[in-house]
Design a protein around this ligand. Structure first.
Ligand code: NAD
Length: 173
């Protein structure tokens, strides 16, 4: 029986955007199955991590429905020891042979662990960036074109923009 080739793609997806979608389309051409790790799963309700792991699972699962490969979506909490993080990830995911990332720390940790790391092309990083999309949301500017329609629907459903605006306020006098 031929071995299934699985690739891991890990991100915070705060929120999932069209840059992530394009990367997944490239990965889908290279592997049989994709594991999508929802990183920093414990984080939410912060200006740089506004959405819960469950909300991000919803965003990603609806957006990847059109991919022609099987996907597994797995929330992964951070741990305080980078040197143990790869083992932590492996303990939570189905077996995989290759990791796709452009995050330098993620690439370094998997390389050191002897796992093959494939870089992914960057798609209009200035435009498709979680940080930029969160800033646009906070300042009432147009952001919906930068995420898949299904993701915009999830963010509307959870009143995500209002949440982001509320948590960005301070009570400093
Ligand atoms: P992210 O959502 O910012 O990005 C996910 C991936 O998409 C990255 O590889 C990024 O380069 C790529 N990407 C983003 N915009 C793109 C675009 N326009 N075109 C193409 N590619 C694009 O997530 P991230 O911050 O990279 O996620 C890494 C996760 O790993 C974090 O949750 C981090 O906390 C976790 N981590 C944890 C530990 C630990 O717990 N000790 C250690 C290392 C990493």
């Amino acid at each position: 029986m031929e071995k299934v080739c699985r690739g891991l793609y890990i991100g915070r997806f705060q929120p999932y955007h069209r840059g992530h979608s394009q990367v997944l389309q490239v990965i889908a051409e290279k592997v049989d199955e994709i594991i999508i790790g929802i990183g920093s799963a414990q984080q939410s309700h912060q200006t740089n991590n506004p959405f819960t792991a469950g909300e991000r699972v919803l965003m990603v699962s609806q957006a990847v429905e059109k991919l022609n490969v099987k996907t597994y979506i797995i929330p992964i909490e951070d741990i305080h020891r980078n040197s143990l993080w790869v083992s932590h990830v492996k303990s939570l995911t189905p077996p995989f042979q290759v990791v796709y990332s452009n995050n330098p720390l993620v690439m370094e940790l998997f390389c050191e662990a002897g796992i093959k790391v494939g870089g992914t092309p960057l798609f209009n990083r200035e435009k498709y960036s979680g940080k930029r999309i969160r800033e646009l949301m906070q300042t009432d500017k147009k952001w919906k074109d930068l995420v898949p329609k299904s993701v915009a629907r999830v963010i509307d459903e959870i009143d995500g923009v209002d949440r982001l605006k509320h948590i960005a306020k301070t009570d400093d006098s």
